[in-house]
Design a protein around this ligand. Structure first.
Ligand code: B1M
Length: 212
């Protein structure tokens, strides 16, 4: 692995915001912004998850690492959005009720924006009624839900059921994602699409809307 990539990953894992900021700026002299996301931030946060799982990291360490990851993402975000053409569709995205994880959802938002979508990002802990209202207010073509915990994942199905009840389900395509989510799970709750990562979220969103 490239030495700088390795050092950046380590700095994210250790939550060193200023080092991550400096190294990200340096890396961007030679590295594509998307590579910072896929080769540095995503794998580093994966390792943070492993460290948490095996009891080496606790919540404070995860928070510090997440802050450092966000510092890197804050730098690359405007670059990913560059080269943007006129919005081709509107998408409402958010992390479901009870779930505070937003790094993956932010990556998905950034990539969609970069691909030319207008993104309405509702943030974290989004209840079904807020998703529904935002879709209606923005006349969204697509709605994206992210969930990172097995106990919050069912909120995606709850939201889809509420959309059905309110009679607006057919007006909007629904895509879901997040580490515990699978294609089968997405189908079982009636979502139109599932994406395992941010790049595929763009490809699948385009496909669902017939934009390819
Ligand atoms: Co939490 N956490 N966390 N955490 N956390 C996980 C998810 C966990 C797997 C860690 C572990 O045990 N190994 C575990 C869940 C276990 C389970 O579900 N059974 C867990 C837990 C338990 C918790 C708490 C309960 C801990 C506690 O308090 N005891 C708590 C819950 C808080 C809550 O949400 N109510 C908690 C809190 C936190 C922090 C706040 C400290 C922090 C979040 C900070 C933040 O997001 N601002 C945090 C973090 C950082 C993690 C891990 C380490 C990393 C998540 C991440 O950012 N990954 C995570 C472990 C892991 O996932 N390995 C963990 C990087 C990101 C790029 O990947 O989010 O998967 P990901 O997104 C990908 C794809 O999934 C996909 O594209 C993204 C980019 O490629 N994708 C989509 C995501 N959303 C999509 C939507 C789409 C399409 C694709 O369409 C709309």
């Amino acid at each position: 692995m490239d030495k700088l990539v390795e050092q950046m990953q380590e700095a994210i894992i250790q939550g060193q915001v200023s080092e991550v900021t400096a190294m990200t700026n340096k890396a961007l002299e030679t590295m594509a912004p998307l590579d910072v996301v896929t080769k540095v931030v995503a794998p580093a946060m994966g390792r943070v998850g492993d460290l948490y799982s095996c009891g080496e990291f606790y919540v404070p360490e995860m928070l510090l690492a997440a802050r450092a990851a966000k510092a890197a993402l804050g730098i690359v975000k405007p670059m990913l959005a560059k080269g943007n053409v006129k919005p081709m569709a509107t998408v409402v995205v958010g992390t479901v009720r009870g779930d505070l994880h937003d790094i993956g959802k932010n990556l998905v938002s950034m990539m969609l924006e970069g691909a030319g979508f207008q993104v309405v990002d509702l943030g974290i802990d989004v209840p079904p009624e807020k998703f529904i209202q935002a879709v209606l207010d923005n006349k969204a073509d697509l709605m994206g839900m992210s969930a990172l915990i097995s106990t919050t994942m069912p909120q995606m199905g709850v939201t889809i059921k509420e959309m059905e009840k309110s009679g607006m389900r057919k007006q909007v395509k629904v895509i879901v994602g997040g580490a515990p989510v699978t294609d089968d799970y997405a189908k079982s709750i009636g979502a139109d699409g599932f994406a395992p990562d941010a790049a595929q979220a763009v490809a699948i969103s385009k496909r669902l809307l017939g934009l390819n």
